[in-house]
Design a protein around this ligand. Structure first.
Ligand SMILES: Nc1ncnc2c1ncn2[C@@H]1O[C@H](COP(=O)(O)OP(=O)(O)OP(=O)(O)O)[C@@H](O)[C@H]1O
Length: 323
């Protein structure tokens, strides 16, 4: 395996996917993934994540744009790319009468240089289920079997489509640890997920997709830093919002109230917090229920989805969306 960690293992340029009937599910996206990196594609339902991953896996040809996986076109050069990648699909669809071990052996027969099936079953914690029929597995155990099969070829690049859907909290945590360990061993991972905490925990970098486009991309910290922080507190007895220092002078971008609770949004957290606390000290009042927090990935996600929808409604980007 090559070890150049700066090498771009996945490169996507102005990628488009159009389904029969003319629906454009992927509308010109760009991103790249370096060797040994975990990259997460997040998005609302129908954002185009699976449509994108299928293009990376070479299951369909793009309508336009370019995809390279390990330097090759995964569709036209499938024979070069496929043996070096592992794919965990959303629904594996195995014959349900086979046992777990038989399924793994059958799959190993289709993979050149496959690892011993027992080894990958142990990796995902399914060794004790080797003799159980697939139809008797729980939903979470089936997802783990999907993952084991994707690992049979010891892939350089692993595509994981919602790897922990259906897993309980412990199973999810186990999967995260396994995926982290694979990354630490040099595997490049592209995953789609609905769980923001999964992306926060696992992803070195991520992209948030919305309606076929990438609305934000970067490290989890970069994506959340672009969203406003929040400060909330209870107005002291006898005070009104108008008694606070002018909010724009404190760097506040917006505010709302809920009874006596005031919520401020700011991109200058330190300036706003300092101004507010200085005012409280000078007025000799206590700010009860004070809560100061940076945006979470979840807030960033919801904020981006809302912003893009609002732009669309007001027509800011009407032309772009009509394209
Ligand atoms: N075969 C198809 N024919 C027509 N439209 C399709 C087809 N497959 C998907 N779509 C549409 O393309 C859009 C993107 O779907 P896709 O499955 O890629 O989204 P996703 O981000 O993976 O969503 P989810 O999180 O719900 O799995 C959706 O509007 C979907 O209805």
């Amino acid at each position: 395996m090559e070890t150049n960690e700066h090498e771009h293992v996945i490169e996507v340029t102005d990628l488009r996917r159009v389904y029969g009937g003319g629906f454009e599910a992927v509308r010109g996206i760009d991103f790249s993934v370096r060797r040994g990196e975990i990259f997460a594609l997040l998005g609302t339902n129908g954002a185009g994540k699976t449509s994108t991953v299928e293009l990376l896996e070479g299951l369909a040809a793009p309508a336009d744009g370019r995809v390279r996986v390990l330097g090759h076109d995964p569709y036209t050069e499938r024979a070069l790319v496929r043996p070096r990648t592992g794919v965990m699909l959303q629904e594996g669809g195995f014959p349900s009468e086979l046992t777990v071990a038989e399924t793994a052996r059958m799959w190993a027969g289709c993979v050149s240089g496959a690892r011993p099936p027992a080894e990958v079953l142990a990796l995902v914690g399914l060794e004790s289920k080797a003799r159980v029929r697939v139809k008797q597995l729980s939903g979470g155990q089936k997802r783990r079997l999907d993952l084991a099969l994707a690992l049979l070829g010891d892939p350089e690049v692993l595509f994981l489509d919602e790897p922990s859907t259906g897993l309980d909290a412990e199973g999810r945590r186990d999967t995260w640890e396994l995926v982290s360990a694979l990354r630490d061993g040099g595997t490049t991972v592209l995953l789609t997920t609905h769980y923001l905490e999964e992306a926060e925990y696992l992803a070195d970098r991520l992209a948030i997709m919305h309606e076929g486009r990438i609305a934000a991309t970067g490290t989890p910290a970069e994506v959340t830093a672009a969203q406003p922080s929040r400060i909330s507190f209870e107005l002291p007895e006898g005070y009104f919002v108008g008694d606070l220092p002018p909010l724009d002078e404190l760097g506040v971008g917006g505010h709302d109230t809920d009874g006596r609770i005031v919520r401020l949004r700011t991109r200058e957290l330190q300036r706003t917090a300092t101004g507010l606390l200085t005012w409280a000290a000078q007025a000799r009042v206590e700010l009860r229920r004070l809560d100061v927090r940076s945006a979470s990935l979840e807030e960033a996600f919801l904020g981006i989805a809302k912003e893009v929808s609002a732009e669309r409604t007001t027509g800011t980007n009407a032309k772009e969306y009509a394209a």
